[in-house]
Design a protein around this ligand. Structure first.
Ligand SMILES: *Cc1c(COP(=O)(O)O)cnc(C)c1O
Length: 215
């Protein structure tokens, strides 16, 4: 039987090949937020090891008993007062987007003696309701994170506006990453991960296409 995981993996590999890229350079982040354990268990059993969550508390509740088996990525907004908990629990935090959070993360990394991989979230569509630094401020923010706060930034993440072609947003994120020497690009979701791979995504975040619609 072909599972949704086989299907998504095959689509990732095909999209990478079409783009002249090595499929091994694209990682599937299975977005398990708001999913019942019955939906996650078969995917975990089938060998999927990288998961994305958008809330610290929910992630801790879902994964704390299984923490060693998996890589956990925070893909939702992080409140400054949760920085320490997030640093203690996540392998990757994809949503660094403001100086106050940079300060809190730097302090938490010192105190916890543990440094998650950090991505800066860019609000490529400059939407008021969306988190992320504006594209025009990204270079300065990345530099500030590195120089003033001693943070090692490894990549960028974006969530393009709903109802707009995503291609230009993916292209913009890739361009900002390239000029800042950043190798990791988290972009593409259930509806557009193949397109994101064409534009250079190294990590695609797939939820509903893998697990079914969220509750
Ligand atoms: C929920 C979520 C996803 C997954 O969305 P799907 O359309 O279900 O694949 C990806 N990225 C972020 C940041 C999310 O919050």
């Amino acid at each position: 039987m072909t599972t949704s995981l086989d299907d998504i993996r095959a689509r990732i590999a095909a999209a990478a090949k079409t783009a002249g890229r090595d499929p091994a350079d694209v990682t599937l982040t299975a977005v398990s937020k708001q999913q019942p354990w019955e939906a996650i268990a078969p995917i975990l059993a089938a060998g999927q090891r990288v998961y994305g969550e958008n809330r610290v508390q929910e992630a801790v509740e879902r994964w704390s008993g299984r923490r060693e088996e998996i890589e956990l990525r925070l893909i939702g907004p992080l409140q400054s007062n949760k920085a320490r908990e997030a640093v203690a629990f996540f392998d990757v935090i994809e949503t660094l987007d403001r100086e106050k959070l940079a300060i809190e993360l730097a302090e938490a990394i010192q105190r916890e003696g543990r440094a998650p991989v950090l991505y800066v979230q860019v609000n490529t569509g400059e939407e008021a309701q969306k988190a992320g630094v504006a594209p025009g401020e990204a270079d300065a923010f990345i530099e500030q994170c590195r120089r003033e706060h001693g943070l090692r930034v490894s990549g960028l993440m974006c969530i393009p506006p709903v109802g707009e072609p995503a291609g230009p947003h993916f292209a913009l994120l890739a361009k900002i990453a390239a000029r800042n020497g950043l190798g990791a690009l988290s972009m593409g979701m259930s509806g557009d991960f193949e397109l994101a791979i064409r534009f250079g995504a190294t990590h695609v975040r797939v939820g509903s296409a893998l697990f079914g619609a969220r509750a």
